[in-house]
Design a protein around this ligand. Sequence first.
Ligand SMILES: [Zn+2]
Ligand SMILES: [Zn+2]
Length: 418
Amino acid sequence: MEKLDMSTKFSINKVIDIEENPFDRQKRIPGWNQEKLKNAHVFVIGAGAIGNETLKNLALLGIGNIHIADFDTISTSNLSRTVLFRKADKGKKKAKVAAMRTKELALEEDVSIDYFHGDVVWELGTGIFRSMDLVLGCLDNVETRFAVNRRCWLANTPWIDAGIYELGGHVTVYVPPEAPCYQCGATKEQLAAARRRYSCDDFKRSVFEEGKMPTVQVTSSIISAIQVQEAVKFLCGQKVESGKKIYFQGRVNDFDILTLNKSDNCYGHATYPEIIPLPLSNSMSLRKFLEFVSKDELSGAGATLDFRSDRTFVQSVSCKSCGTEIELNKPSFRIFDTETICKNCITKGGDRSDVSRSEQVSPKRTVLEFNLTQTAENLLNMSLLQLGVPYRHVVTVYDSKHNYKYYELSLDNPFIQI
Ligand SMILES: [Zn+2]
Ligand SMILES: [Zn+2]
């Protein structure tokens, strides 16, 4: 029998994939714009169950600039819902591992991925949010949702919230400034839940019950898919419905669309009239900062840094047991309830944690406004970071005539590149 000419027989296989582009199929979808996805800066907050799915999706879609934030470390109970984590990752930073694995999966050649391991609520300033095209909330708590919502409104950056529970979940697109925001429809229970980490003194609780949500990987996969599909539509410039909550009930396969109402009294709606970027960082001393903004072309002599409605700096607090003044000199979010008992009282009665956690409010001395003439020397020598100013924050400064200006500390970059 005549030998088969192998090259002829299999020649048909040679025509496959003339277009060697991983995004070929999705680019065929009407309205798709791969260039816009490549140039987009997307900020994923939370690298847990939803975050893992969302990052995997962004990597395969070819999003060009992915930023990740989470404060947590990987535990064994996370592994069943986190495609990016391995058994050997236990104890490592979620944000860092997620960033590394997302980079491995990313199909965009020039992808840029960085991460921030820390507290999004207090440590990331409005300028970070301003530098993003879109924020994806992959969160499991109300407090961070409120904080992200507020920053996004201040920065005029859209965000998409996703949440899961048992076999269902929800996704909502929020586009400032006109649409209703996350806080508009906040219930009393949500407002209370947002304060779970804090004592009645506004200090951090040393002990609090961490909620354990019943959920499963397939749910986060479904909900993340909806979130990312909305993200793609938005980034490609297609129509997305802002302020409409998409509810999915997995038990009965039912979708509901809930139209949210805008509340006129909602303080989550605050915006800045104008943000002025300055080549400054929160690592500079308060004195240096005040000298800089006291220039005539900025706020002039008498410039005052105003913390009101943003954060609280605590100089001292009265001991909850004996009333002695305890020097703290820290922002309230870095103070634990156990620090409200003086050293003498601790020596006398063990750790006195029962007293420190009591619901009685102890008088405290706070500083909310800072300027070169009235602020104490020891505070002027502290850095803005020590005073509690987050990275790349937009700080509020008023001049001698009480005209307000909003300055962004543009030199800060707390993200670590992978
Ligand atoms: Zn609102
Ligand atoms: Zn005491």
